[in-house]
Structures are given as structure tokens and as C-alpha cells.
Design a protein around this ligand. Structure first.
Ligand code: PLP
Length: 438
């Protein structure tokens, strides 16, 4: 009998975390690594929220609490939801989770049977594809391309919907593309769902970047469209907009109290509850007027960095980068750079087993990390199925301006180092591929 259960073969991962071992190896070898890999704001959590949590802790509110979340936090979430989406919701439809990641798996466990189809954006957050496969569902990637601004319309979605579709995942603003779905695009998507999907099909709307939009755009949600509140699970939280990634504060609003009770039951089975003193600060994030200024300051910093890095990357030979409309990532097409460095040739010469473990952009990613100390994420880290032949890198701009400048300057230097690339592939290959494959 094998030690690890068979089902674990199907559980994927999030390479942004996994790359940590490679980064540590580089640091141990003496490299100074600029980290464009993790999607974590480089700001401290807001002081007025830290204070609320510390006071609650000092007052002893540190025991178990309601597994669905403390009522004042669920009320604050419901009020925030109504204010920002224009849809009334009662606290019995809200479940607090440790971050916005758990509701992805909860949704798959709650709604999806083996053999059901799940439509999800690709490139997209890798945990979607991971969970779809883990529950034995059929992954149906909705492939987004840069020639269409990483956008899609109602017809693209309609072409993927079948009798077996059970969940449709949306993410706007998007990780990794920075794409944002407009109100009229969402209206078209909602129309297709009303026309083509049975009432038991669920939409999973991942809105974790709801606060981070540029150029005067306002957050739009599918749930605001006719027929959607009764089908949509909306998930969001405090990690990105309030710079609270390590707090693990997230939530989901479910279509009915009965469905919320299932999410609560999963919480009971796995985490029991989210710490109550953190939830008190979570409520203050929505209720204290000081929050708006803190969020605006961070969004303005992301905008300034975006406006600097996009032209700077476009100036690197072989790189083509679109201007993201939201979130804090840029997602340049690096196929020209792969070409210049000979990555396609080197990739073609790898043994077949090695080719299955990487892509040309993946080799470029590791070259930039191990030889130039620049940590990025390759396209395959955001959904593997159907991603062949697409060579992109994701870079998080949740980094100080100095690091962003130094990072781009290193990429520019690397772009002229075809000999170094060939040497890197040979040297790492001779070591068994240690640095070549994450
Ligand atoms: N959804 C998307 C699209 C994300 O990018 C992330 C984090 O990177 C999450 C969910 C998870 O957020 P959290 O850290 O709150 O669990």
C-alpha cells in the first residue's frame, strides 16, 4: 500500500509559494533576489485595524467563536456587500473563512460531483484548476489571450457551456492578467447564464481585488445582474485591498442560508473558526472611515508603479506588455525574449520527460532567478491545461519602486545574454535539473 492516498495525485499547488525553495537556494548561493513572485502588498496592515485586534486580544476575546464568523463581522460584510454591489444580503448568507482561498475548495466540495464540468479562466489563479482536478471534475479552461486584452465575451462563454456544466468561475479584477470585466461584459455573461444554464449551476465570482482598480474604474460584480444573486457565490476578503495577507481574513456570500450552512459545516470540519479578535478588525476595515484613505494610498502607489513598469518592460527587446486595469500584476508576453535567448531551441533539445516539466517561459523564469536574481512566475503557473505555446511571465508590482527599477534593469541585461542562457541550461541540466525545474 502506498503511504499517500491516491487522491493527492490530483491536488495541484500555487507556484508563487513553491518557488520559495528556489529563492532560498539562490539566497544561500549569495544572490540578492528581487521578488516579483508573491502577490502580497508591500505595506503594513493599517494601524487603526491593528489596534482593534490588539485591544480585542487584550480584552480576552481570543476563544472559539461562531464557525460562520462573529455576527458583527458578518453584518459588516453584508452592509459592505449591499453598498458595493447594490444587492441586499442578510448575515445568514455570509461565511467567514481564513482568507479568500478556502471558498474555492469549499465551492468545489459543495457543488461539484465527479464528471461535472467546471469552467474557469486561464490564465487564472492556479487553485481553480487544482481543485477542479482534485474533486474529479472535468476542467474546462476559458482561454484568455492578450490580443483580446485578456478579455472574453458572452459568446466565448456560451461556446463552453454544456449539459454537464456545474460551476463557472469568474475573477475580476484578474490575477494574473490585471483584466477587468466591464458592466456591459458582465451583463452579456449574465444573459448567457440565464439562457443556457440550469438553476442549479453556480457562478463563483472571485472578487479579492475589488478595491484595486485604476483609471477611475469602479468595481463591478456579476451578482448585480438579474437572476445572478440566486446563483452566485461571491468571495473576497482583506488580503489584497487592506494589505492583510497574513491575517487570513476572507468571506463568501452564498445564494441561500442553506448553502451558507454547508460552508459553515466545512469550516467546522477543518478550521473550527477564524480567530474572533481578527474578525473584529475585519469589521472595522469596512466600518471605520480611516480605511478609505489607507486603501486609496496603496492603490495610488500601485498605479504609479504600473505606469512606470509597463513602458519600461515594453522597452526591453522581446517583451510586450499590456496596461493592467486592476490588481497589482503585470503579465508581459515574453515569447520574443524566449526567441532571442534561444529558449525555444533549448526547450526542443530537452529530453521528453524534461519538456513535460517546463516550458520555454518556465526556463526563462528560472534563468532570470538563478542567474539574475529576479523571481517571476511563468504562464504555466496560472493553469497548465491548454496553455501550450503561450509564453508570459507574471510580475507582482507589490514591490518598492527601487526594487522594480533594479528588477527591470536586470531583465534588460539578461535579454542580451543568450550565451549565459545556454550555459545555464547546460550547467543546471548536468546537475540533474535542480535549478531548471521548480
Ligand atoms: N483569489 C485570487 C484571484 C488570488 O489572487 C488570491 C491570492 O493571491 C486568492 C484568491 C487568495 O487570497 P487569500 O490570501 O485571501 O486567501
Amino acid at each position: 500500500m502506498a503511504v499517500i492516498a491516491r487522491r493527492m495525485r490530483h491536488l495541484g499547488t500555487e507556484n508563487a509559494f513553491k518557488l520559495g525553495d528556489d529563492i532560498q537556494r539562490c539566497v544561500d548561493r549569495g544572490l540578492d533576489v528581487i521578488r516579483f513572485n508573491l502577490g502580497a502588498p508591500d505595506f503594513n496592515s493599517p494601524p487603526h485595524l491593528n489596534r482593534v485586534a490588539m485591544e480585542a486580544l487584550d480584552a480576552g476575546r481570543a476563544g472559539y467563536c461562531d464557525p460562520a464568523g462573529i455576527l458583527p463581522f458578518r453584518e459588516a460584510i453584508a452592509a459592505h456587500f449591499t453598498r458595493t454591489r447594490g444587492v441586499e444580503v442578510t448575515p445568514d448568507r455570509v461565511v467567514v473563512t481564513p482568507g479568500a482561498k478556502p471558498p474555492i475548495g469549499y465551492t468545489m466540495q459543495t457543488y461539484v460531483n465527479e464528471g461535472d464540468e467546471v469552467i474557469y479562466p486561464s490564465p487564472g489563479f492556479p487553485i481553480y484548476e487544482s481543485w477542479v482536478q482534485f474533486v474529479g471534475a472535468v476542467p474546462v479552461p476559458l482561454l484568455l489571450t492578450d490580443d483580446r486584452d485578456f478579455s472574453f465575451d458572452a459568446d466565448d462563454l456560451a461556446a463552453l457551456i454544456t449539459e454537464r456544466t456545474k460551476v463557472i468561475i469568474l475573477c475580476s479584477p484578474s490575477n494574473p492578467t490585471g483584466g477587468v470585466l466591464s458592466r456591459s461584459e458582465l451583463a452579456g455573461i449574465a444573459r448567457v447564464i440565464r439562457e443556457r444554464c440550469r438553476p442549479d449551476v453556480r457562478i463563483y465570482s472571485d472578487e479579492i481585488y475589488e478595491q484595486i482598480l485604476f483609471d477611475g474604474l469602479e468595481h463591478e460584480s456579476i451578482v448585480a445582474h438579474r437572476g445572478m444573486p440566486e446563483r452566485t457565490v461571491v468571495a473576497s476578503g482583506h488580503s489584497k485591498g487592506f494589505a492583510m495577507t497574513g491575517w487570513r481574513l476572507g468571506w463568501a456570500v452564498l445564494p441561500t442560508p442553506e448553502e451558507a450552512a454547508v460552508f459553515k459545516r466545512i469550516n467546522i470540519n477543518i478550521v473550527s473558526c477564524v480567530p474572533p479578535f481578527l474578525q473584529e478588525a475585519g469589521a472595522a476595515a469596512y466600518e471605520d472611515p480611516a480605511s478609505a484613505g489607507e486603501v486609496a494610498r496603496m492603490v495610488e502607489a500601485f498605479r504609479r508603479r504600473r505606469d512606470w513598469i509597463v513602458p519600461a518592460l515594453n522597452d526591453v527587446p522581446g517583451v510586450r506588455c499590456l496596461m493592467p486595469k486592476g490588481a497589482f500584476y503585470v503579465f508581459p508576453d515574453v515569447s520574443g525574449l524566449c526567441e532571442r535567448l534561444g529558449a525555444y531551441r533549448e526547450y526542443a533539445e530537452l529530453a521528453e520527460a524534461a519538456r513535460c516539466r517546463t516550458t520555454p517561459a518556465g526556463m526563462l523564469q528560472m534563468f532570470l532567478l538563478y542567474r539574475y536574481g529576479v523571481a517571476t512566475m511563468d504562464r504555466a503557473s496560472f493553469g497548465r491545461i491548454g496553455a501550450e505555446g503561450q509564453d508570459f511571465l507574471r510580475m507582482s508590482i507589490a514591490n518598492g519602486m527601487d526594487d522594480i527599477r533594479r528588477g527591470v534593469s536586470r531583465i534588460r541585461e539578461a535579454a542580451g545574454d543568450a550565451d549565459g542562457f545556454a550555459d545555464f541550461v547546460r550547467a543546471e541540466g548536468a546537475k540533474g535539473g535542480e535549478g531548471l525545474f521548480s
